[in-house]
Write a protein that binds this ligand. Structure first.
Ligand code: TXE
Length: 492
């Protein structure tokens, strides 16, 4: 068993209580490392360290260019360690090694991009309406950013927060998911190696149910950046409101992949399959509803099932595997429950539908790629986030109905449109109430393009130029240049 410590104020430490918990490998179902189990006093220590670092000239006195250079140095180290980190992640959360390598090799771009942006944040001079005064604005960091991150793409989703927050000059209290803390702790070493002053990045491990509320309501924390489930997100939002903290929330979705009758069917089949079966459906942007024009519905479903059947399921550390395990035991239970719910609701099971028994899966936590047809838009399987390899295929009759069904959930994270018509593509991209719309592609993300949710999928945007604004606050500075301070008792 490997034993990890966590990072507080530049020191690698255990929990003050000495307690740890075990982290499991979803492919073997066995524990492989121990992680410190923090209590509230550990959070207090980390918050104090983050505040000290925020006030210390070794961080606050750095020029924006120097901060940018640190981020770029970190990016270089990340690139050099990408494959090693990918292996840790695959062992800890069961994501495919091929996907993890791709993700980790791309991840440095966020630190290059936001490192480059750090010294391009500028204030404004306001042509103020009052004579004898000069007014300008400054863009300042918020202070301590608490990053609370999930297990599905642990380092990427943390990066979307850490890169802009650090570029803006904040310090970090990061609580990774209890299901995927190992990679975060390995990642932490690179901040040290890059030369970030102690306490600028603190990593506190433990259970959200035990320390989450304490982090969110902590008086030292100035902002909460959260990715996770919508119920947990609601709680975070409510608690943050009590101390008037700004939040960014990314809370998942029930995204529709809409296939029109004029689509290139082969491409649409690939897009729908990658939308739902990549990462075993455990992505916030999973295209978990396939909306298919009725005229092509039977042929499309047949092609979809045939293609999905070719997916190789098994060991995530093998290059050839295409569908890996479910990351956590509770998630496995949840996915299997939703399959039963869909059956009970009267949806037709066209593929899969149970825990995988393929010998390649061993004792791992696998669910077969599952497709339900005859799904009505109001069914729970068409409304609620499953976060697993379960697709609901829904027919529609015309464009208007497609929009109505696609927009007819509480979520609004993403949508896919498959069509060859430019006017349809543009109309759909305008009328779909989602933070991202893909046309004839799916799952593309970049450090350059804003990502976030409409409706209950969240608040705020990550990546792209505007993301740094989520970690800054504007200050207005007034300077008298008239040289005479007027008598306050004389009305002017
Ligand atoms: O998420 P949680 P869970 C969805 C998905 C999944 C469901 C539950 O549908 O089935 O959420 O997953 C921390 N205060 N998504 O239970 O609990 C927790 O420790 C503060 C969608 O794993 O939301 C972890 O670090 N923090 C999603 C983080 O919140 C708390 C990604 C996320 O865990 C807390 C993951 C509390 N009271 C799950 N309780 C997406 N948007 O991509 C827990 N946490």
């Amino acid at each position: 068993m490997k034993s990890y410590n966590m990072l507080i104020g530049g020191e690698w430490v255990g929990a003050a209580s000495g307690e740890t918990f075990e982290t499991e490998n979803p492919f073997t179902g066995k524990s492989w490392a121990t992680i410190p189990r923090s209590g509230v006093d550990d959070v207090d220590r980390a918050a104090a360290a983050a505040r000290k670092a925020f006030n210390d000239p070794s961080w606050s006195g750095l020029s924006a260019s120097a901060r940018g250079a640190l981020l770029r140095r970190f990016a270089d180290l990340l690139a050099a360690n990408a494959d090693r980190l990918a292996e840790v992640e695959t062992q800890d959360n069961g994501k495919l090694i091929a996907e993890m390598r791709g993700q980790l090799r791309y991840m440095p771009q966020w630190y290059y991009y936001f490192g480059g942006l750090a010294d391009k944040v500028e204030g404004r001079v306001i042509p103020i309406d009052k004579p004898g005064v000069f007014n300008f604005t400054r863009e300042e960091p918020l202070g301590i950013v608490a990053a609370i991150t999930p297990w599905n793409s642990p380092l990427m989703l943390a990066t979307w927060k850490l890169a802009p927050a650090l570029a803006a000059g904040n310090t970090i209290l990061w609580k990774p998911s209890e299901f995927s803390s190992a990679s975060a702790l390995e990642f932490g070493r690179l901040f040290e190696e890059a030369g970030f002053p102690p306490g600028v990045v603190n990593i506190v491990t433990g259970f959200g149910s035990e320390i989450g509320s304490h982090i969110v309501s902590h008086p030292q924390v100035d902002k909460v950046a959260f990715t996770g489930g919508d119920r947990t997100g609601q709680g975070v939002y409510e608690l943050a409101a009590k101390s008037i903290k700004p939040v960014t929330l990314e809370l998942g979705g029930k995204s529709a992949n809409i296939v029109f009758e004029d689509a290139v069917l082969e491409d649409a089949v690939k897009g729908v399959v990658s939308g739902i079966f990549a990462a075993s459906g455990q992505t916030c942007i999973a295209g978990s509803r396939a909306l298919v024009h009725r005229s092509i519905y039977p042929a499309f479903v047949e092609a979809l099932v045939a293609f999905a059947k070719t997916a190789r399921i098994g060991d995530p550390s093998s290059e050839n595997t295409q569908v890996g395990p479910i990351t956590t035991r509770p998630q496995l239970t949840k996915v299997l429950e939703y399959i039963e719910i869909a059956k009970a609701e009267g949806a037709t099971l066209a593929l899969g539908g149970k825990r995988a028994s393929d010998p390649a899966c061993g004792d791992g936590w696998f669910v077969e790629p599952t497709i339900f047809t005859d799904v009505a838009p109001a069914m729970r399987i068409a409304q609620e986030e499953v976060f697993g390899p379960v697709l609901a295929a829904i027919p529609f009759d015309n464009d208007e109905q497609a929009i109505e069904i696609a927009n007819g959930t509480i979520y609004g994270l993403a949508a896919g449109v498959w069509t060859q018509s430019i006017s349809r593509a543009l109309t759909m991209s305008q009328r779909l109430r989602a933070g991202t719309v893909w046309v004839n592609t799916y799952r593309a993300v970049s450090y350059m393009s804003p990502f976030g949710g409409f409706k209950r999928s969240g608040i705020g945007r990550e990546s792209g130029l505007s993301a740094i604004r989520e970690y800054l606050q504007e200050k207005s500075v007034w300077i008298d240049i008239s040289g005479t301070v007027p008598n306050p008792f004389v009305q002017r």
